[in-house]
Design a protein around this ligand. Structure first.
Ligand SMILES: Nc1ncnc2c1ncn2[C@@H]1O[C@H](COP(=O)(O)OP(=O)(O)OP(=O)(O)O)[C@@H](O)[C@H]1O
Length: 870
């Protein structure tokens, strides 16, 4: 399963690297011999036998969090720390009942969180397991059969297998390279280093296995180039399998992480201001500083939404389950809310906006006349590569290869290769004919290949490619692009019989012609772009292809393409000018992976929440640093591994549905945070007033904690609630200033009713001489009004029109009944309370209805003033 590696660098004892060191210092031939295999690979029978001995090749790159570590994570929450602090204070002042009650609550909250985490981890891993990664191995049916490249699941790879690597592949096991061309591997998963490293079949072997040029270690990713390699170790015996902890994906803080941090910090600030005030006022008024300390700690707890971690995890897990039903697999749980927060989505072209499969349609001579030679050269070139590099090569092989080809590989044998990468936008192979003649074939983007041609082939002869002819050739590519067709330029030249070849030799080529491809825009693309725009999400196109193709595809998909920016233009811009450009430009062509990263970084720097949808190896770095990385199921393993969400339905329309689901998840979480923080703030204000006005505490700390937890228990149903359609219509994120505004508006309203309750209890019920009754009165009024207010404020509309879902109402009712039972029933004494007279129910009814009515009125004012809700 392609999973995210954990984010910490590798620590702990290093694995036994003797076998790898030996494989690195021996020649490829010796390694093959030691492993009892050969360049043609194993027979199927031998592979099956070895699998019995070595077991499945299952290096889990992200093992399930160890139970202890997960429990520690649940314990580490600031809310648990607060409750534990309170338990300690209870114990210190000798209140054993209080200490035990709070300790039980801490355990319950940790257990609940832990249980939720286990459930959601399991769900994420279960869906992730559906993302099977395959590997190309060279195997033979039996000893006499010819070797044949075959896709096998990653788990079926065995020691001695010969593996074919190409861009985008995840290295399936620890490998010793046998042959290779310009192989670059991203080892961030093992070493944390961000730049790809060069690997080759012959190379240095200093330092550890990760430094050995001839070794590719399980879990790393091929960025460019191709290679064949023999498997040295599989599964737990690999370098990464034996590391205690693995390095990985240093991913920047996402919008969700930032939001949770910001809100927690705001609540802590409120606490830092209010708690000392309560402590000072209460201590001064009563002169009992021990009691004041207890009380101040209780206030801190009262202000905290203790169940936040549980509500967040529950909402996310529910969102992930619903997304799975919409064919979106979630591999990082928080990404659900990041998707809801995204206000810009970058799409790459091939395989995302366009169909998964390219169709090679025709072969042309340099002047655009039908002619098979370019196709024949392209097929020979791809066949001579160690492995096809991407969709274009696959289309050439699948659709153009003809067994009667005059240039077939029985006549030509591969000799060397200068691999494809997104910066060069071209690839070359060197082949040798049986008579010894050497030929270089270069294919690639016409913009890259044409400047390297000095001649062009016309009916078997070569003519000079003068300025006029060169212009005509460029024009041909442009005209095809305008009709939605892509051209791959194919050129060749004769080489001296001997001598090494490098990029400098890609000169003086003879243009053979072009191969044309149809890269049809998906039918669902325009609706997707429209759907996202209607939900307030801007769409950008970032492609490695040329500007004409980019403009055409953007136009067909409905992305404004009046300005097409090319990668080279981006290089010339500093960050400020890039930020300005990003305010208007939507289409970017000829971009490299580094450009994609730069655009995503700049957007994030401008405060945008960025989604990135890509499928190629060139997209992996941008997928990693976006707030939410999304890959289609057909993506390369490297892209899928970097992504947070995988779309199992090729129809992109799921994107808009996913965005709405993310917002629903976020909406229900923020309801809890905002409403709870406001009512808690109101309670604390009432407590401050009570500290001045009353001769006794209006509620004991333990009663405050129980009230808080009862309320929180009801809110555990919030993730199941409906969300206003207005809420899901535009991007949403955790917004600290909005939270503060909300607290300052609705908190005092709650305090107003608390003070009125104090009045009723003091004068109406004459509870002035019976603090235990007074406390029971406030306990139940506070709880019921808080429960009622959630039902009013959960929607921007009229609560009787926009009804909550049943679990929310049932949970509120159950808790209300429990609260009434506690204060009016026989258990009141257990909480040091005394039953108020039944007539007090009348005031509770007035308070609940009055508070709800006023809150509804204040909501209308807030809505009018702010133009938004929650
Ligand atoms: N295997 C290949 N051999 C030679 N040239 C190639 C090969 N694959 C792609 N190219 C050329 O390089 C250009 C850039 O390719 P790249 O893979 O970066 O982008 P893309 O697949 O066209 O677009 P996107 O970034 O939207 O997926 C292509 O337009 C094509 O002309």
């Amino acid at each position: 399963m392609p999973t995210h590696p954990s984010t910490s660098p590798p620590t702990g004892a290093l694995p036994d690297t003797a076998a790898l060191t030996q494989a690195a210092s021996a020649s490829a031939f010796e390694v093959l011999r030691t492993l009892d295999t050969g360049p043609h690979g194993l027979t199927e029978a031998e592979a099956a036998r070895r699998q019995d001995t070595h077991g499945e090749n299952t290096v889990d790159l992200e093992p399930a969090t160890a139970p202890l570590a997960a429990t520690w994570a649940a314990l580490r929450s600031p809310f648990v720390a607060l409750l534990s602090g309170l338990a300690v204070v209870f114990a210190a002042v000798g209140d054993v009942r209080g200490a035990v009650t709070v300790a039980v609550m801490v355990l319950a909250s940790v257990a609940l969180r832990r249980w939720q985490q286990v459930r959601s981890d399991r769900a994420v891993r279960a869906v992730g397991a559906r993302l099977v990664t395959t590997v190309t191995v060279r195997r033979r049916a039996d000893d006499d059969a010819d070797p044949c490249p075959r896709e096998v699941p990653l788990s079926d790879v065995v020691p001695g297998d010969v593996v074919l690597l190409g861009p985008g592949d995840v290295v399936p096991a620890d490998l010793r390279l046998v042959t290779g061309a310009d192989l670059f591997v991203d080892q961030a998963v093992l070493t944390g280093e961000t730049l790809p490293v060069a690997k080759s079949a012959t190379g240095a072997c200093d330092g550890g296995p990760e430094d050995a040029a001839v070794l590719c270690l399980a879990g790393s990713e091929v960025v460019a180039g191709t290679a064949t390699a023999v498997v040295v170790a599989v599964g737990g015996a690999t370098y990464s399998g034996a590391l205690a902890r693995r390095a990985g994906r240093e991913r920047p803080e996402s919008s969700f992480d930032r939001g949770v941090r910001g809100v927690s910090r705001t609540l802590v600030r409120f606490m830092l201001v209010l708690v000392p005030i309560v402590f000072a006022v209460n201590g001064t008024v009563t002169g009992d500083w021990e009691q004041a300390l207890l009380f101040a700690t209780a206030v801190a707890v009262g202000l905290t939404p203790e169940m936040l971690p549980v509500v967040v995890t529950t909402a996310l897990a529910r969102g992930a389950r619903r997304l799975a039903r919409a064919h979106v697999i979630v591999t990082r749980l928080n990404a659900v809310q990041d998707l809801g927060a995204a206000d810009v989505v970058c799409l790459d072209k091939t395989g995302t906006l366009t169909e998964e499969r390219l169709v090679a349609t025709h072969s042309l001579d340099p002047w655009g006349r039908p002619d098979d030679e370019a196709a024949a050269y392209a097929v020979l070139a791809v066949r001579s590569q160690i492995a096809p590099a991407g969709r274009l090569d696959e289309a050439v092989l699948d659709q153009l290869a003809d067994p009667t080809d005059p240039l077939d590989d029985a006549v030509y044998s591969p000799e060397d290769e200068i691999g494809f990468d997104q910066v060069r936008r071209r690839a070359s192979v060197v082949v040798r004919r049986q008579d010894g003649e050497r030929l270089m074939i270069t294919k690639g983007d016409p913009d890259e290949v044409l400047p390297r041609c000095s001649q062009a082939r016309v009916e078997g002869d070569a003519v000079e490619l003068d300025a006029g002819r060169r212009f005509a050739a460029h024009d041909l590519a442009r005209a095809h692009a305008d009709q939605g067709l892509r051209l791959l330029a194919v050129a060749a030249k004769r080489l001296p019989r001997l001598g090494a070849v490098d990029e400098a030799d890609e000169q003086d080529l003879t243009l053979v012609g072009f191969v044309g491809f149809v890269d049809p825009v998906r039918e669902s693309a325009p609706a997707t772009v429209r759907g996202l725009a209607e939900h307030g999400v801007e769409v950008l196109l970032l492609t490695g292809d040329n500007r004409h193709v980019a403009a055409r595809v953007a136009h067909q998909a409905g992305i404004p393409a009046s300005e097409v920016v090319v990668g080279e233009d981006l290089d010339a811009l500093d960050d400020v000018r890039l930020a300005r450009l990003l305010e208007r430009a939507r289409v970017f062509a000829r971009v490299t992976p580094a450009h994609k990263v730069r655009v995503v970084t700049a957007l994030r720097g401008a405060g945008r929440v960025v989604g990135f949808v890509g499928d190629g190896v060139n997209d992996a770095p941008a997928l990693r640093i976006a707030d939410v990385g999304i890959a289609p199921d057909s993506a390369t393993p490297a892209a899928k591994r970097a992504a947070d969400l995988v779309l199992t339905d090729p129809d992109l329309a799921v994107l808009a549905a996913g965005v709405v689901e993310g917002r629903r998840t976020l909406g229900n979480t923020l309801k809890y945070v905002t409403i709870t923080a406001s009512s808690n703030f109101g309670n604390v204000l009432a407590l401050v007033a009570a500290a001045v006005l009353l001769p006794f505490l209006p509620m004991l700390p333990l009663q405050l904690v129980v009230q808080n937890l009862l309320y929180d228990a009801a809110q555990l149903a919030l993730p199941w609630d409906r969300v206003d359609p207005e809420y899901t219509a535009r991007p949403r994120r955790w917004d600290t200033s909005e939270l503060v505004r909300f607290m300052l508006t609705f908190g005092p309203l709650s305090s107003l009713f608390d003070l009125a309750t104090f009045g009723v209890l003091w004068w109406g019920l004459d509870a002035s001489g019976a603090p235990a009754q007074f406390r029971a009165g406030w306990f139940v009024e506070g709880l019921l009004t808080q429960l009622a207010i959630v039902l009013v404020l959960r929607t921007r509309g009229a609560p009787w029109r926009r009804l909550p879902r049943r679990p929310v109402v049932l949970a509120a009712l159950a808790v209300a009944v429990t609260g009434l039972g506690l204060s009016f029933g026989p258990l009141a004494g257990a909480l040091s309370m005394q039953n108020p007279p039944p007539v007090y129910l009348l005031w509770i009814t007035v308070a609940v209805l009055g508070y709800a009515g006023l809150a509804q009125a204040l909501k209308a004012v807030h809505l009018r003033r702010r133009g938004r809700w929650l």
